[in-house]
Write a protein that binds this ligand. Structure first.
Ligand SMILES: Cc1ncc(COP(=O)(O)O)c(C=O)c1O
Length: 436
């Protein structure tokens, strides 16, 4: 009979806070996952829920390229099972540099590339390497996970609210007053949660401001301002929307830009864990050291297979065309349905799909009443109502730091089939009409 270790664990709910350091004791898990658990509990009871919450793909609707999966299996069987270099296998680092030269029109040296297990380790490494406790971390709201990264680094968040008419992207004028104090500015395009892209002229203006700010700091002893440009969805854009690149627009920003990227989203490969940072080469050794200390590199077969696929233009573009088409069909379905409801006078709206796997939708039931007569004052009430009444699960912008109770939500379409989505939108409309 094995010893039951759990019999010795403390029962006191405060034991964890007592045992942990203050940073860990106050650390929070993702709010989005909290909603996802509620959905799972309903599903476990046998309820059919249309889950538009998680920024992931359901492999029954979307899967990573079959050629990539086959290659990973082959490489694993061939015995590529030892440690990779902490900053990635050279064939992948070179393939990424060449891929950017070809598709972004910017040539980075291989020495700039640092590979990790997905986008998160290089993103965390960037913040860990740049931010000291109390440093200002500047980002726009809504944004994905920056609140947690601020906390983990003991940084001071300075946040800038954005507006629906700007696609919830910040403008240069929004950011300008905060640049002199900031150490790092974070931008994400296409944007999680909104599914919108930053316009090239807006990005260019922001980059010019950063270059000017760094000129001002020269010789003052003040550390430079960096831009972290998170572009994990950059190959998923739709219609007229295009991806804008900071260095292509304003080359002088190159010493102060960190790109964050991964195959997670644009190859529908969230579980394969291959991501990277492209960072100024003079900083890369510290990123490498940190990724090495955490052991958060990507597995060797995944890295080698990704290196191969990045050079297989025909296979890659064929896959991307299909993925974009399938994701866009879902986003367009929601957008069309919401546009019709808007035209019919319902208090809803949606922003046209531009990128990523998300759509910003507004279900503005604030000021109305729930069926039991309770006045609706919060997005959380609307979210809960839509979930229980129409079995449609969405994430309020509060989970991305935007606290306005204005009825804005993220819909994520990676885990939903088209017919299921169509039925869900019908149910949602019935639920909204019920409260008018
Ligand atoms: C904007 C953004 N950056 C980074 C990531 C993390 O990507 P990965 O799963 O490769 O760590 C996500 C995941 O949802 C994301 O939305």
């Amino acid at each position: 009979m094995p010893v039951d270790a759990s019999a010795f664990y403390p029962a006191d709910p405060k034991a964890a806070a007592h045992a942990l350091n203050p940073l860990a004791a106050t650390m929070e898990g993702s709010r989005i996952l909290g909603i996802a658990y509620q959905v799972s509990a309903m599903q476990a009871e046998g309820q059919e829920v249309c889950n538009l919450t998680v920024g992931d793909f359901d492999p029954s609707s979307f899967n990573a390229p079959v050629a990539l999966r086959a290659r990973i299996a082959e490489l694993t069987l061939a015995g590529h099972t030892n440690y990779p270099p902490a900053d990635g296998v050279p064939v992948l680092r070179q393939a990424i540099a060449d891929f950017y030269a070809e598709r972004l029109g910017v040539r980075f040296p291989m020495a700039s590339v640092v590979v990790g297990s997905g986008a998160r380790p290089p993103l965390y490494a960037a913040l860990r390497c740049l931010l000291a406790p109390g440093d200002v971390y500047l980002y726009a709201l809504p944004s994905w996970n920056n609140n947690y990264y601020t906390h983990l680094n003991g940084a001071k968040a300075v946040t800038v609210p954005t507006r629906a008419e700007d696609g919830f992207m910040p403008t240069a004028a929004d950011l300008r007053p905060h640049l002199p104090q900031a150490r790092v500015l974070h931008l994400n395009s296409p944007l999680n949660p909104c599914g919108t892209v930053i316009q090239a002229d807006v990005l260019a203006e922001i980059c010019q401001d950063i270059v000017a700010e760094n000129r001002r700091r020269e010789g003052t002893g003040q550390k430079p301002l960096f831009l972290i440009y998170d572009m994990v969805y950059w190959l998923l854009t739709y219609g007229d929307a295009t991806h804008a690149d900071p260095v292509a627009l304003v080359p002088e920003i190159a010493p102060h830009v960190i790109y964050i990227d991964a195959i997670s989203k644009w190859l529908a490969a969230t579980g394969l864990r291959v991501g990277w940072g492209v960072v100024p080469a003079y900083l890369q050794p510290k990123f490498k050291a940190l990724i090495g200390h955490m052991g958060s590199w990507a597995p060797r077969p995944e890295q080698m297979a990704t290196a191969w696929l990045l050079r297989e233009t025909r296979v890659l573009d064929g896959f991307l065309d299909e993925l974009r088409g399938d994701v866009r069909a879902r986003l367009e379905l929601i957008h069309r349905s919401f546009s019709r409801m808007t035209d019919e006078g319902l208090p809803v709206e949606a922003i046209e799909p531009q990128g990523a796997i998300y759509l910003s939708i507004r279900v503005n039931l604030i000021g109305r009443s729930l069926p039991d007569g309770t006045p609706i004052t919060t997005n959380e009430q609307i979210r809960n109502y839509l979930l229980t009444e129409s079995r449609v699960a969405v994430v309020p912008f509060q989970a991305f730091g935007l606290e306005d109770e204005t009825g804005w939500f993220r819909m994520s379409v990676g885990a939903v089939a088209l017919d299921e989505l169509s039925d869900a939108l019908d149910r949602l409309e019935v639920a909204v009409r019920k409260l008018l």
